[in-house]
Design a protein around this ligand. Sequence first.
Ligand SMILES: [Zn+2]
Length: 418
Amino acid sequence: MKTLLKNVSLRGKIVDVLIEGNRFKKICEKIEEPVDKIIKCDGKAIEPAFYNCHTHISMTLLKGLADDKELHNWLIQDIWPREEKMVPKDIYYASKFAILEMIKGGTVFCNDMYQYGEETMKAIDEMGIRGVVSKPEIDIPTPDLLEKKKKIVEDFAKYPNINEQRIIKGMSCHAVYTVSEEFLKFYLKVATENNMPIHIHACETKVEVDNCKKKHGCTPIEYLEKIGLLTNKTILAHCVHLTDNDIQIIKKHGTKIAHCPVSNFKLKSGLMAFQKLNDAGILVTLGTDGSASNNSLGMLEEMKVCALNAKTQANSSKAGNVNDIYKTATENGAKAFGIDAGVIEEGKLADFVLYDLNHYLLLPNYNLISNIVYSAQNECITDVFCDGKQLMCDRKVKGEEKIIEDFKKLAEKFKNIK
Ligand SMILES: [Zn+2]
């Protein structure tokens, strides 16, 4: 399949872009050759799509049920009791709806951590995006369930990947306060044997760090290093409360970070040192966290809050410049998972979005990247492509009415569950 984008603006220059299969084949001023489809792009700009590197997409089902709380009470009182009532089909419908929201906002990838990952995998496959799927199991405070939970983890590692091209199976350990040392070591063993990335919440709150010091005599990062869990295939979500030594340890192991500023603000977890981590040469990516703590899966908003967080935390208007923030949401996300995408270049995977340059939020167009980071909203994005395939055309996603109807029925069921 060959698709030709005619007269599209690429960083201010009008070009034609030829996509062959799932990659950018040629980008130059005029391309004249027979193709299967021509898309006229006058007045549109081509830019990379977004990569959401930490989320629990099905938590969209719990959006708005418990606001104005701090992490630990929120989890214990509002989230875990409701999650216990979920069945696999709920995850499938909630995932499809969440992916619809992501596509509408230009996101084509999620690093997901949630129960019934097999259902999320099915939804990702059907919706056409990319994703890392994983199933977090916990054994604190239920140590009697450890053997049963180990079996679930092992079974997931053996479960067939239904789309090797767009889906990566991962291992997710929830956090050091919910997973015992024995279980963390088990996760590491299974991940290593199956060459799977590891995903864990780390240093999200001061309470987590203080409790870890009391229990293990060291910070969560030092503890994870001791266990061997910090590798170049590990991604740490949040990392709000790090010591200078923690930063050196993360850098030494080539471990990645998924920064979730909106969730950190809303749960009052704190300000992550974006500039310091970026300057240290650590690969920082961006994530929304779940919609129960955000309450959106929008990466446009996440970028703006990321910039504001960086400036406030560093007490400097120079911190979190637009180009670094933009890279965090695009190129860095793809890089963290070895996806050969995230930039618009010949030979790269064709994951991209088209922006309407006549949209009032993108005017005046002195600096498109600044407009995207600070002022754009979903409506500025007209089309979304992933792996060379068009997922959104003029803001319409195929089958969206049914996805919304199915989700509304599901939400009706969950409304009264406590
Ligand atoms: Zn999370």
